[in-house]
Design a binder for this molecule. Structure first.
Ligand SMILES: Cc1ncc(COP(=O)(O)OP(=O)(O)O)c(N)n1
Ligand SMILES: Cc1ncsc1CCOP(=O)(O)O
Length: 477
């Protein structure tokens, strides 16, 4: 009935019952939603959401952490988070929430453990901070829906206003009418936070590119977007206007350094800031973390060149592959043959078969590593994905950011599905890829251990095409 009245999303929220019963009820709701092209979001339970093929899941502060939800649910799934403070909101967004459920706005009798009403002023403040859809909840009626949307909510979630109404269809229609009358929805799609974040990332990247190309005020434009958030956070920490202002400027300079050195390859400015702001207790600690980032990533783009290896460079790759296989022999347990070589059977194919791409990395014109990309995905669900078949950075160039920049560059050359598989014994590679993929996709990837007959270790699956590499084209051929 709510769907008939215009509801664009239904939440399945059932606190009692066995898992079997919950699956059955949620499945029945999903069938109706699917028939009407309406999204179903399952409250509290990622397993249930997955089991019934829901569009998303909603997690509260005592439920599955958002970052874990992001890791285990497919990237396309919507994830909503209940958050009631600025800090919790920023934290939820920074780890991948698509929207925030905020409330109760008013007194409610539908949730016995609800907190005290937050009111419209708090809603207004939170929606300014969040910059992503806020779904207001708690005691909202057709009489208040208009002012709730005017206060910055993107949408409303209701129980009584529809379920306790004598005519649920008319009640929903009325609510929907009030939402539209308020004409205050900033987002084009109900849960477009992911898209919104991506749009901002693209805009941020454009500003970074302009800044790197010499338009110095592009950096100021970039920082204007985040100044309020940084200042507000620092002020709360140091509780002194002057110190907060000084620290804000310091943070700006740190970010400028990062931007100059590696653009925003390590993640977006927004994510840097959200991490910076949301996770640390004190501003000083925060600044140290940003310092750490600059120290860690010391490879500069100007000295790194990535080239597609020509057939005439096959032998170079062959030799580097020997070093690579030697390195890996600790985990593969491979031996050299009677000629003292490991040998790599597939190299010739890279200049014969379509959709195989060999790359060489040069740092200050010295060979520093390689990547081989092919088209043979391992997992059946990743049909058509680009796998990173082999990836190698010479020891001397490791732990300086070169591998990260090179991996991002290579991945970003091929928009679409990607798959990266690593042997379970190769712990450092697992950590490296987890971090690279996490940064590239803002946490939207799936890491899973497949059937051991398929592969002995984690396989990362992700979509590329949303975040561009900051590695300038002119340094690649
Ligand atoms: C859209 C939306 N917002 C908030 C909530 C509340 O979730 P939570 O805090 O986890 O409480 P319960 O619903 O589990 O009682 C929600 N369900 N939906
Ligand atoms: C689930 C939930 N979370 C906060 S308030 C609430 C209940 C909302 O129900 P109602 O619309 O009847 O107040």
């Amino acid at each position: 009935m709510a769907i008939e009245g215009g509801a664009d999303t239904i939440q399945f929220r059932q606190k009692d019952g066995s898992t079997r019963e919950l699956v059955e009820s949620a499945q029945a709701v999903q069938v109706v939603c699917a028939e009407h092209g309406v999204s179903l979001v399952v409250n509290d339970r990622a397993d249930l959401a997955l089991a019934v093929g829901a569009a998303g899941a909603h997690f509260g502060q005592d439920d599955l952490p958002i970052a874990v939800g992001r890791r285990i649910l497919p990237p396309k799934m919507i994830i909503g988070a209940s958050a009631r403070t600025e800090e919790k909101i920023l934290e939820a967004i920074s780890v991948g929430a698509d929207y925030i459920g905020f409330g109760p706005i008013y007194q409610t009798s539908s949730k016995p453990d609800a907190e005290l009403p937050k009111g419209l002023e708090a809603l207004r403040r939170m929606s300014e901070i969040a910059q992503c859809p806020i779904i207001a909840i708690g005691g909202i009626t057709a009489e208040t829906a208009y002012e709730v949307i005017r206060s910055g909510a993107h949408g409303i979630a209701v129980i009584s206003a529809v379920c306790a109404h004598a005519d649920p269809v008319a009640a929903t229609r009325h609510l929907w009418g009030e939402i539209q009358r308020a004409e205050n929805r900033k987002f084009t799609y109900p849960y477009c936070c992911g898209k919104l974040v991506m749009d901002r990332i693209v805009e941020d990247e454009m500003l970074v590119a302009q800044f790197q190309a010499g338009r110095l005020d592009a950096f100021d434009d970039l920082m204007k977007r985040y100044k309020g958030q940084i200042y507000a956070y620092l002020l709360r920490s140091v509780k002194n206007y002057e110190d907060a202002e000084e620290l804000t400027i310091e943070v700006f300079f740190k970010i400028k350094e990062i931007t100059e050195v590696l653009g925003i390859a390590e993640g977006t400015v927004k994510i840097h800031l959200h991490r910076a702001i949301a996770f640390n207790k004190m501003s000083i600690e925060r600044i140290n973390v940003i310092d750490g980032l600059v120290d860690k990533v010391s490879i500069d783009n100007e000295n790194l060149r990535i080239i597609e290896a020509k057939e005439s460079q096959k032998e170079i790759l062959q030799r580097l592959l020997e070093l690579y296989q030697y390195d890996l022999s600790i985990v593969t347990d491979d031996d050299v043959d009677q000629f003292g070589l490991y040998g790599y059977s597939y190299l010739d194919y890279y200049w014969v078969e379509e959709k195989r791409y060999p790359y060489l990395f040069l740092f200050r014109e010295s060979l520093a590593g390689f990547a081989l990309v092919n088209k043979a995905n391992w997992l059946p669900e990743n049909d058509g994905a680009h796998p990173m078949a082999e990836f190698f950075v010479l020891k001397k160039y490791r732990r300086q950011g070169l591998g990260t920049v090179a991996a991002q560059y290579v991945i970003n050359r091929f928009p679409g599905k990607w798959e990266s598989r690593i042997l379970r014994e190769n712990q450092s590679a697992i950590q490296f890829w987890r971090q690279v993929i996490n940064n590239l996709t803002s946490g939207r990837f799936v890491e899973r251990i497949p059937d051991p007959h398929l592969w002995r270790g984690p396989v990362f699956s992700f979509m590329n095409g949303t975040v561009k590499s900051s590695f300038p084209k002119e340094f690649a051929e």
